[in-house]
Design a binder for this molecule. Sequence first.
Ligand SMILES: Cc1cc2nc3c(=O)[nH]c(=O)nc-3n(C[C@H](O)[C@H](O)[C@H](O)COP(=O)(O)O)c2cc1C
Ligand SMILES: Nc1ncnc2c1ncn2[C@@H]1O[C@H](COP(=O)(O)OP(=O)(O)O)[C@@H](O)[C@H]1O
Length: 308
Amino acid sequence: MSRVIDLDIEKFNFDRSVIGLGNFDGFHIGHREVIKKVIEISKKENIKSSVLVFKQHTNEVFPHFPRYYISSLQDKIDTLTKLDIDYIFIINFTIEFAQLSNEEFILDFIKDSLNADILVCGPDYTFGKLSKGTVKELYQYQAENKIKVYIQDYVKDGNRKVSSTTIRNLIQNGQVNLIKDLLGDNYTITGEVIHGYKIGSRELGYPTANIKLNFRYIMPGEGVYLTYVYYNDNKYLSLTSIGTNPTVTDNLDIKLEVYIIDFNKEIYGETLKIEFIEKIRNQVKFDTKEELIKQMDSDYQFAINYFK
Ligand SMILES: Cc1cc2nc3c(=O)[nH]c(=O)nc-3n(C[C@H](O)[C@H](O)[C@H](O)COP(=O)(O)O)c2cc1C
Ligand SMILES: Nc1ncnc2c1ncn2[C@@H]1O[C@H](COP(=O)(O)OP(=O)(O)O)[C@@H](O)[C@H]1O
């Protein structure tokens, strides 16, 4: 059973563990290999398995950080819990934390405070002040018998390494159907149902739950998507529209709305998970609402025939 330990609140004498290190945005199949190795070593050495997860992506302390991400802290915790990691350490990645020297981070914090002296990470892992610490320094500490380190090689897709950046680009391009092979799962986001303009139920015959994301998720590119919605432990087929809804409004804000198939319930304020399966088409500015309705009817037909 996994235990989430918030290091900003609790500290105690942890059992010895082998620890996975990285930002793990998305927990793609490369990251999963790191975690598999952590579990393998923990079993072999008969010690705990652990992963350190910063509450914020480490890029957030730098001015050029990418502002949008594939997975939230909660998503990462959920994945690690499913993988049955013993200790899920979480901590704020503060400016002070980013100032720690290489030795302070690896030897004082990871090894001494967390009691983790076997480290698993990818070849491009960096740490310490200005992210200057690299695998080379880790091997140096190993040569000095201070830690043990296992560098998990990249997982390749063709001749390119699987990376969070590739996945981010696919999401932004709407190519969500290509993501599962790299991510291990379809791209899934979470948000709360808020009020929209009520045009959906009153004028189009398609009520749509307007979603306010609960995290800075990367927004899939504009378009209409086949999706699943998870609500109250149930899974529903659904259609998700992302865009400005140019047929019905001049407001240029990007909206994310979901029409849930075979569903009829007021769910304002509820939390939904939306899993992206495939983009069906681009959003279109129709001349009339009737044309939009006709198109939505055929989107609906497409959705219900998809798995037949
Ligand atoms: C399956 C689906 C397809 C949609 N396609 C378009 C589209 O091509 N063009 C457009 O302007 N709006 C499109 N919309 C968005 C509707 O305009 C939007 O759901 C409607 O304005 C309801 O907004 P409301 O929830 O604020 O009432 C689509 C919505 C759904 C659910
Ligand atoms: N099948 C459904 N799909 C999505 N929302 C539904 C559905 N059935 C009922 N609802 C409810 O209706 C609301 C959407 O109706 P709509 O007229 O589009 O209002 P709004 O503009 O506030 O989103 C949703 O927030 C939800 O509470």
